[in-house]
Unconditional design. Structure first.
Length: 130
């Protein structure tokens, strides 16, 4: 009995069997990684603790003092960034944050103070007021 095709036999392509591995197979070599040295990682964590304390002190002052928060907002809305910096430094923080503001809110970027180190860590705090 002949096989009946829906289309002529030339429509059905010949499928080759798949070889057990690819023709361009190269063996995988396991790379050796250098041993982990956590010194910089630990220094970064210590510096971050200092930045977090400053941010916590500042957030506590902003959240508890309506007058302090209003003063920051007023100076920022008048684009007086130097005055905003003085107000923030007056709150008792040890590090000086980079201050950016727009009509929607305030952005503070705290950097580590280590002068002889790389920029190991920074903390960005974004607060919204509008």
């Amino acid at each position: 009995m002949r096989r009946r095709y829906l289309h002529p036999p030339s429509y059905y392509p010949y499928r080759r069997p798949i070889p057990p591995f690819a023709a361009n197979y190269y063996p995988f070599y396991i790379r050796d990684f250098p041993p982990a040295n956590p010194e910089l990682f630990m220094k970064s964590a210590k510096q971050m603790k200092i930045l977090l304390k400053d941010a916590e002190l500042l957030m506590g002052k902003i959240s508890e003092s309506r007058e302090f928060a209003a003063k920051i907002m007023d100076m920022a809305q008048q684009s007086k960034s130097v005055e905003v910096g003085k107000i923030l430094q007056g709150s008792g923080i040890k590090s000086t944050p980079v201050i950016k503001f727009n009509p929607d809110g305030l952005s503070l970027i705290f950097h580590s103070k280590e002068a002889n180190e790389l920029d190991c860590c920074n903390l960005q705090v974004v607060l919204r007021w509008g």
